[in-house]
Design a binder for this molecule. Structure first.
Ligand code: HEM
Length: 146
């Protein structure tokens, strides 16, 4: 994948403002609330019975942070995202059996979290760079499925 200097700057400068803990929690909570069928993968996480329960669930928060920390690896290796996420692709495909469509749902929720956080600074150009970054990351995570 080819990145322009502007795209790279948009991705890394937004990432510098991301709080993996708070924004990871909000992103994963949104996935579980907005797309409730994704809860089936997290049966070990305890109470996911309502939006309030999901938003207050400590395991959701801890896991959201883990997911964003993994994405940080991709942000820091924009020219080798496939390689950077290869092990995680294998884990989600072979061990966790997560339907890869769900990666896109998480990406959509992250875009909404970033847009809310950045407000006017989340310009169409920044949004476009993030959609591209997430498409490449989701494709890398889906690599091991075929
Ligand atoms: C575990 C990353 C999307 C389901 C993990 C782990 C990471 C991760 C880093 C921990 C791996 C370990 O412990 O070695 C990501 C990234 C995603 C993503 C970067 C997308 C950008 C999803 C989605 C789902 C999902 C959309 C399901 C809807 C799971 C499950 C686990 C897991 C069930 C194991 C949780 C546990 O029992 O602790 N993921 N993930 N992941 N992921 Fe993902």
């Amino acid at each position: 994948v080819q990145w322009t200097a502007e795209e790279k700057a948009a991705i890394t400068s937004v990432w510098a403002q991301v709080d993996a803990e708070a924004n990871g929690q909000e992103t994963l909570a949104r996935v579980l609330i907005v797309f409730p069928w994704t809860q089936r993968y997290f049966s070990s996480f305890g109470d996911l019975s309502s939006a309030a329960a999901i938003s207050g669930n400590a395991k959701v928060a801890a896991h959201g942070k883990k997911v964003l920390s993994a994405l940080a690896g991709a942000v820091h290796h924009l020219d080798s995202i496939k390689h950077t996420l290869a092990k995680l692709s294998e884990l989600h495909a072979e061990t966790l059996h997560v339907d890869p469509q769900n990666f896109n749902l998480l990406g959509n929720c992250l875009v909404i979290v970033l847009a809310r956080k950045l407000g006017a600074a989340f310009t169409p150009e920044v949004h476009a760079a993030w959609e591209k970054f997430l498409a490449v990351s989701c494709a890398a995570l889906s690599k091991h499925y075929h």
